[in-house]
Design a protein. Structure first.
Length: 303
């Protein structure tokens, strides 16, 4: 995959791709490239106004694109259920599910509509439920779940999963990103046991200069200023950050349970490559325990 860019994506005509968090950043850039190469792209966005703006951008940047906007709030399980039910009525087959939407390290603890810590709810539980609810249409699909180098600081705190006893922004974010990887690996095990052709893989964009960074921890405080400055110096464009996600979603040599990220600058930027997560991400017992807790918290059962 040396020097791989989105220009090398093959023909995607006839394929359907669903991208969560498609209104900005790497989600928007991935949507543009999927549409540019012929896929019908479903932009799954929480904010209607920003979703409309993203829809307009895709249509301007890719004349003739087949793209649509649908409302999805991953932090509200009722919204996830409604989105999935409505989409299945129109799309009996989905070829690519890009679980991209995320919240990064808000400075104070926030909760979802269902009462869960916001990062856990958006980054993990919402995607856990969405993937299951769309499973009837996934078939031989590629499910790409977006993690982060921050998974390395993650620990699954089963005794305080929702950070009710103690909230630390980066610890909670790291937990959610480790959860993304544990879900990726366990979903592939589930698919293998069930005899499904589905491929579950993970990717991360490195340090991409996106709104996720600008609107992250202490947005206007000193941490936010440092991160904004760092993005300017070290961050790569969102279009480049989307490359590992797009490689994972489209290339024929991808195998289940693989992890992709930038290959230079310590994984912060560069062309996509296969990478290895921390050992905990491959822990089958930990993955099974988180899977069961996620079933309990979402009420969504994989069977």
């Amino acid at each position: 995959m040396s020097g791989w860019t989105s220009e090398r994506i093959g023909d995607l005509h006839g394929r359907v791709a669903v991208v969560t968090g498609a209104n900005s950043g790497v989600g928007l850039e991935a949507s543009v490239e999927l549409a540019r190469h012929g896929a019908h792209v479903v932009l799954a966005c929480r904010n209607p106004q920003r979703g409309d703006e993203a829809l307009g951008q895709v249509r301007v940047r890719v004349p003739g694109a087949t793209v649509e906007l649908r409302s999805l709030d991953l932090a509200a399980l009722a919204s996830v259920r409604e989105f999935a039910a409505d989409l299945l009525l129109d799309q009996p087959r989905i070829d690519i599910l890009l679980n991209n939407a995320g919240v990064m390290a808000p400075s104070t603890r926030q909760v979802s509509a269902d009462g869960h810590e916001l990062q856990l709810a958006t980054n993990h539980l919402g995607h856990f439920a969405l993937t299951r609810l769309l499973l009837p249409a996934l078939g031989a699909a590629r499910v790409v779940t977006v993690s982060s180098p921050a998974h390395r600081m993650g620990r699954i705190a089963f005794d305080d999963l929702d950070s009710e006893q103690s909230y630390q922004p980066w610890r909670a974010y790291g937990q959610s990103k480790l959860a993304n990887l544990l879900f990726t690996m366990q979903l592939q095990r589930f698919a293998d046991r069930a005899g499904l052709d589905l491929l579950s893989v993970a990717a991360h964009p490195g340090w991409a200069a996106t709104e996720l960074v600008r609107n992250g921890p202490a947005g206007s405080g000193w941490i936010g200023r440092v991160m904004s400055a760092g993005s300017g110096l070290l961050g790569q464009p969102a279009a480049h950050g989307a490359w590992p996600l797009l490689y994972a979603a489209t290339e024929p040599d991808v195998r289940g349970a693989e992890f992709f990220g930038p290959g230079s600058w310590g994984g912060w930027r560069g062309f996509p490559t296969r990478i290895t997560a921390i050992d905990a991400a491959y822990d089958t017992d930990l993955a099974a325990a988180l899977w069961q807790r996620s079933v309990e918290l979402t009420g969504v059962t994989y069977a």
